[in-house]
Design a protein around this ligand. Structure first.
Ligand code: FES
Length: 234
């Protein structure tokens, strides 16, 4: 039997793109860990990855994956294509010349403006989970875990509202503010959003870390670590 092992196991391709495959492996293991070892609820806290349900995680996940902040990083440092935005010398090899955002990957990434609605829709659930955590064992309690849930919700909100697609909606699509209804108010909103947008990259990374930290905190509680403390009980 003549088996073409290179087709079954394309090790040359994997060797050439080891960073890409590592990235895919990390994503795969992470998704498997989330689904195989769920901590949907512990001590009145809801894990952010399960809010409202793991079933819709792919939509906010796609929103995050196609975020401009990460796109810049994985295109430049992981795919090494395109290497930069300058029109002059991009440093791309002749074989991988940048020809604009026309291939399938770029087209998929441009769905970001639609994934943004999923990102906006899921935000209230994080605040609901914070409020839900305040009532535990029949009384009102403020615990460290609740503050972590709140910080996570606020950072996710700041990241979502600083999105470039949001910027386009609130005012980036207007050429002349004085020519449209409530132009002054829209310009004011646009200016505030622009300030938030200037911190978008930092917010993207910080909010990613806080959502992971929140999940790890709840996993720590599930494992029995004595890390949660009650600050106020009424
Ligand atoms: Fe980053 Fe939209 S560009 S969330």
């Amino acid at each position: 039997m003549n088996v073409n092992w290179k087709v079954l196991f394309p090790y040359e391709l994997i060797e050439a793109n080891w960073r890409l495959w590592s990235f895919i492996a990390i994503l795969g293991v992470g998704f498997w860990a989330l689904t195989a070892f769920p901590v949907a609820q512990i001590a009145g806290y809801v894990d952010p990855f399960y809010s409202p349900t793991i079933l819709i995680v792919p939509l906010p996940g796609a929103f995050r994956l196609t975020c401009y902040a990460y796109r810049k990083d994985y295109h430049r440092h992981l795919f090494e294509h395109p290497l930069g935005c300058s029109n002059a010398d991009r440093g791309d090899s002749a074989a991988r010349k940048y020809t604009g955002e026309r291939n399938a990957v770029f087209q998929l990434e441009n769905l970001h403006r639609y994934f943004m609605y999923a990102g906006l829709a899921i935000l209230p659930f994080f605040y609901y989970d914070f409020a839900y955590s305040l009532v535990y064992s029949g009384s009102f309690v403020l615990r460290i875990g609740s503050l972590i849930l709140l910080a996570n919700a606020l950072l996710l909100t700041a990241w979502t509202f600083s999105c470039h697609a949001v910027r386009h909606i609130v005012g980036g699509n207007i050429d002349c503010y004085s020519c449209v209804a409530a132009g002054g108010a829209r310009k004011a909103v646009y200016d505030r959003q622009s300030w938030l947008n200037s911190h978008h990259e930092a917010l993207a990374w910080i909010s990613l870390l806080t959502i992971i930290f929140t999940d790890l905190y709840l996993r720590g509680l599930t494992a029995g670590l004595p890390i949660d403390h009650t600050l106020l009980r009424l």
